[in-house]
Design a protein around this ligand. Sequence first.
Ligand SMILES: NC(=O)c1ccc[n+]([C@@H]2O[C@H](COP(=O)([O-])OP(=O)(O)OC[C@H]3O[C@@H](n4cnc5c(N)ncnc54)[C@H](OP(=O)(O)O)[C@@H]3O)[C@@H](O)[C@H]2O)c1
Length: 270
Amino acid sequence: MGGRMATALITGATAGIGHAFARRLAADGHDLVLVARDYERLERTAKELHEQYGIDADVLVADLVEDEGLELVEARLRDRDRPIDMLINNAGFSVNRRFIRGDIEGEERMLRILVLAVMRLTHAALPGMIDRGHGGIINVSSVAAFIPQGTYSAHKAWVNSFSRSIATDLAGTGVAVLVLCPGFTRTEFHERAAIDMSKMPRYMWLEADLVVDQGLKALSKDAIVCVPGPQYKVIATIARFFPVRALSRYSARFRGARRSTDSRSSVRPR
Ligand SMILES: NC(=O)c1ccc[n+]([C@@H]2O[C@H](COP(=O)([O-])OP(=O)(O)OC[C@H]3O[C@@H](n4cnc5c(N)ncnc54)[C@H](OP(=O)(O)O)[C@@H]3O)[C@@H](O)[C@H]2O)c1
């Protein structure tokens, strides 16, 4: 990298797993491009990381549900004068509604951020990385990818399949793609989706820092799929052999119901 510190672009860098990636990569000496919608929070994060670790952190205000937001981030990824060495496709949310009779606009917004953004930003980042002969992409998926639980898990299954396919296509290019599949992680995700997690046993919770640490270790070892935490490694393994209906019923026991203060329909599958 010719003396230049590697630069990482992280989507959803202001909270949860994305913020943990930003802190960790800054501590490791990477310059950063932080992407999210909330300008003040982005600025605050960039300033803190610059002051604490002496790295350069740029911010990009972009709504990844919207075409304009996607185009802005794509343009940054394609800028050959300011190369991005690592892309973390992390931003995401769940609409947490049943698909059947649910609102299709909300569904489309979720599809756009969880699928379309991952595809488009990967497509924008790869040519430069391949030409430079090095680079890494981490697509933040979920253990939900292994379990049939509505459109959220369908989108994450797409991310897994897409990442695995691209990763094998990239063999020998010096560019690595990892799909990171965390289980329940303490972030703002469930609060934002109004999911009641009060019944979740403690042993099912992961810390964002652990998810990030295991993801970066896996990427450096050229792994393609990473499921952080022993409890989730077991779940991801047995999920492959479970009949679909049994799996869905079992996983529903752990899932938080929609909070009773919320008037929208319940999250539990029948
Ligand atoms: N937490 C879990 O249990 C868990 C488990 C498995 C997988 N995941 C996955 O991990 C990823 C990160 O989730 P998290 O748990 O860290 O959630 P989080 O704490 O809610 O953080 C989400 C981040 O994404 C950004 N974001 C949300 N909507 C956006 C939009 N339309 N455009 C651009 N940025 C947007 C948010 O910033 P702004 O609001 O400022 O835009 C925030 O920085 C997601 O892909 C999620 O599916 C989470």
